[in-house]
Ligand binder design. Structure first.
Ligand code: NAD
Ligand code: LMR
Length: 331
């Protein structure tokens, strides 16, 4: 039987990431090859931006995607989020060279109060929200706290790009295919303090430290390469990552709507329930498993002192970011 279309909102739809992401969604890469979609494209109310958005819609039409059942381009958040089952919040300013992602809070934080509210007012009862716009963990915290009535467990922030980066670095070092690398958790913030936990990651079923004996590389170069990869791309391209970010958003949705393979986990930042002693309510990246509908934070992952110190540092940064946006978070 043919499935009914779902509605998916993408904000910042005329931006860099939007230009990669929309076509992947329309092709079925995110929600599945048998799931029709109606895409709501939300942008700023700016004449030039809205004209560019019309161009993006023309290109989407020109692909004649079999699964694409409608386009709703708009600058009105109420229309943008009307009846949506998923909201992918990409629209936000990117950082430039020399900036940290949290430097964007002043410019971007307020976007997520209004959008949280508009989602609560307009979205479908089952809405799930993935925040990509930076700093994504704290923006997700703002959105979740401005969306009365929506369970906080429905808000996610993207750390899949970090997971993918980490998997590629490990695969290259061990001269294996990226598919050999499993159980890679990014802990904490999508920022320079994130912790890619190589101790519990596996390569062809064996723990990484058993496969890669170069411990100094793992503890220093590997971690800092992953932490600084976004900045390295900005330096090289003059623009922040876009196609790889869109790909990570597709991966995140796909992994949340598909049962996780037995024994594996993936990374996404979710509302902390206090697992691993993390402050409740922070949007914190954990090892996650999904049954295709609901997710769980994987419990019992062993953490040594090295890991605990890294996780404490990224938690502290998220607490600091939270305090910077206290006025945007409703109690
Ligand atoms: P971009 O500047 O190319 O596009 C952003 C778009 O958002 C623009 O078209 C802009 O008009 C739109 N926008 C701004 N405010 C809006 C609002 N209130 N409502 C709707 N649209 C709005 O930027 P980009 O390269 O697409 O990056 C977007 C965001 O994603 C940035 O904050 C960037 O730092 C972040 N990002 C996150 C990750 C991650 O891993 N979490 C990865 C890459 C980029
Ligand atoms: C990334 O990790 O590539 C994005 O968060 C963009 C950035 O600012 O680094």
């Amino acid at each position: 039987m043919n499935k009914a279309p779902i509605r998916v909102a993408v904000t910042g739809a005329a931006g860099q990431i939007g230009y990669s992401l929309l076509f992947r969604i329309a092709s079925g890469a995110a929600f599945g090859p048998d799931q029709p979609v109606i895409i709501h494209l939300l942008e700023r109310a700016d004449e030039k931006v809205m004209a560019a958005l019309q161009g993006v819609c023309m290109e989407l039409e020109d692909c004649a995607f079999p699964l694409l059942k409608g386009l709703v381009p708009t600058s009105n958040p109420d229309e943008g989020f009307k009846g949506v089952n998923w909201a992918l919040l990409v629209g936000a300013q990117p950082r430039g060279p020399g900036m940290e992602r949290k430097d964007l809070l002043a410019a971007n934080g307020k976007i997520f109060t209004g959008q949280g509210n508009a989602i609560a007012k307009n979205a479908a009862a089952d809405v799930r929200v993935l925040v990509v716009g930076n700093p994504c963990n704290t923006n997700a915290l703002i959105a979740a706290n401005n969306a009365p009535g929506i369970p906080k467990e429905r808000f996610f922030a993207m750390t899949a790009l970090d997971e993918n980066r980490a998997k590629s670095q490990l695969a290259k070092k061990a001269s294996v295919d990226t598919t050999a690398v499993t159980n890679l958790a990014i802990w904490g913030n999508h920022s320079a303090t994130m912790y890619p936990d190589f101790f519990n990651t596996k390569i062809n079923g064996r723990l990484v430290p058993e496969v890669i004996s170069h411990r100094e590389w793992l503890e220093k170069d590997f971690i800092s390469t992953v932490q600084q990869r976004g900045a390295a791309i900005i330096k090289a391209r003059g623009l922040s990552s876009a196609a790889s970010a869109a790909n990570a958003a597709v991966d995140t949705v796909r992994k949340l709507v598909t049962p996780t393979p037995a024994g594996d986990w993936f990374s996404v930042a979710v509302h902390s329930d206090g697992s691993y002693g993390i402050e409740k309510g922070l949007i914190f990246s954990y090892p996650i498993r999904s049954n295709g509908k609901d997710f769980e934070i994987v419990q019992g992952v062993p953490l040594n002192d090295f890991s605990k110190a890294k996780i404490a540092a990224t938690e502290n940064e998220l607490k600091e970011e939270k305090s910077l946006v206290a006025d945007l978070i409703k109690k």
